[in-house]
Design a protein around this ligand. Structure first.
Ligand SMILES: NC(=O)c1ccc[n+]([C@@H]2O[C@H](COP(=O)([O-])OP(=O)(O)OC[C@H]3O[C@@H](n4cnc5c(N)ncnc54)[C@H](OP(=O)(O)O)[C@@H]3O)[C@@H](O)[C@H]2O)c1
Length: 338
């Protein structure tokens, strides 16, 4: 077995945190999970179970889990050699500040969050720590208490950093290949383009696969991506390709009739029938969504180039309010005029 460089700490034991932390535990890492009391209670009762669409099934017994309601003060050999920051965007600054108060200066913190600005916000709130941008290319949902399920394919990525180099073999042994990039921004923007489907999925109230096979809903996603591509081009940013098509061809691909789209997106459609976005979960539970870190980021990028992004702006406004009724693709197209 590969020897991990040291313990790991998951800040925000939820979908991504439990999944990635659980996989690292399976590869022999001492993992500390910091989470909310309700999640910790589930883990104490049921242990941690991970499953995925490739028939992975892993169980960690409750007694083997290191669970914390607050960031533990770990020093010396006990100190984490890697922190995984896995909270939603709205909780980033507070979580990072708590880490900064308790962990030794210089501790590497890998932000496994969507959007562009979370690593910057975390670094601002915890200047003593080394925050490294990361990207999660797959989807994880809570299937039942203590049980997390990865419902799509995809990999992890991070910005090149000596700490991550040392951890790469452990991630590989955990079944989570970690690609390192000299500049992660293009990858973050490539992922953000795909995440522009999250508000569409959340408003449609459908499982991800069913939603992606609705051409009207794909038209809405294409309109959101068109605006983002125009803003990116105005800033000279070239987003990385993370799906079947290069980003500039994604809107046209999404607008194709279903039969052609199915062929083109074969790999991306390898999704569990019940998989849904975490934004859909947030909407269903009446929680604050990450819309500002996704569509809001596009609106700000567009405005800073003197452009407008009205469809993304509409999404930001719509998701600031409660969603009580799902919207059909036609209704959404009519609302956005696309
Ligand atoms: N889920 C996915 O499939 C997926 C895929 C790719 C990327 N991502 C990104 O990964 C990030 C995490 O998403 P997620 O779906 O894993 O979120 P999640 O399931 O909501 O997990 C985050 C957990 O952290 C908790 N938390 C927040 N602040 C905390 C604090 N100070 N101390 C302890 N616990 C705290 C949250 O509790 P509260 O809810 O009470 O705040 C929640 O239980 C997001 O940026 C998301 O966009 C998610």
């Amino acid at each position: 077995m590969i020897r991990p460089p040291g313990p790991a700490l998951v800040m925000g034991a939820g979908a991504v945190g439990c999944w990635v932390g659980g996989c690292l535990h399976g590869a022999g890492t001492e993992v500390h999970f910091v989470g909310r009391p309700s999640v910790l209670e589930e883990l104490r009762l049921s242990g941690l179970t991970l499953t995925d669409l490739d028939r992975r099934r892993q169980h960690v017994a409750p007694a083997q889990l290191r669970l914390h309601a607050e960031v533990p003060e770990l020093r010396g050999a006990q100190a984490p050699s890697l922190v995984l920051l896995c909270v939603k965007s709205g909780a980033t600054a507070e979580a990072a500040a708590l880490l900064g108060l308790r962990l030794p200066p210089g501790t590497p913190v890998l932000s496994l969050q969507n959007g562009i600005s979370n690593p910057v916000a975390a670094a601002g709130a915890a200047p003593s720590l080394q925050v490294i941008p990361g990207m999660v290319g797959f989807n994880v949902v809570r299937a039942s208490p203590g049980h997390w399920h990865r419902g799509t394919w995809g990999e992890l990525a991070g910005q090149s950093h000596p700490a991550l180099q040392a951890w790469r073999p452990v991630f590989a042994a955990a079944g989570l290949p970690l690609a390192l990039h000299g500049d992660l921004r293009p990858v973050q923007w490539g992922k953000l383009l795909l995440n522009l489907n999250n508000p569409v999925n959340a408003l449609a109230g459908l499982p991800l696969k069913q939603q992606l096979l609705d051409r009207d809903l794909r038209h809405v996603m294409a309109a959101l991506i068109d605006e983002a591509l125009a803003a990116l081009a105005a800033h000279g940013i070239r987003p990385a390709q993370l799906a079947a098509l290069p980003p500039r061809h994604m809107p046209a691909g999404l607008r194709l009739p279903n039969a052609l789209f199915r062929l083109l997106a074969r790999k991306s459609l390898r999704i569990d029938d019940q998989a849904r976005t975490s934004m859909a979960d947030d909407v269903a539970r009446g929680r604050r969504t990450e819309i500002d870190a996704l569509c809001g980021e596009v609106v700000r990028l567009a405005e800073s180039a003197g452009l407008k992004a009205p469809c993304n702006a509409w999404m930001v406004q719509r998701l600031a309010q409660p969603v009580t009724q799902p919207m059909s693709g036609r209704e959404l197209r009519a609302a956005l005029g696309v």
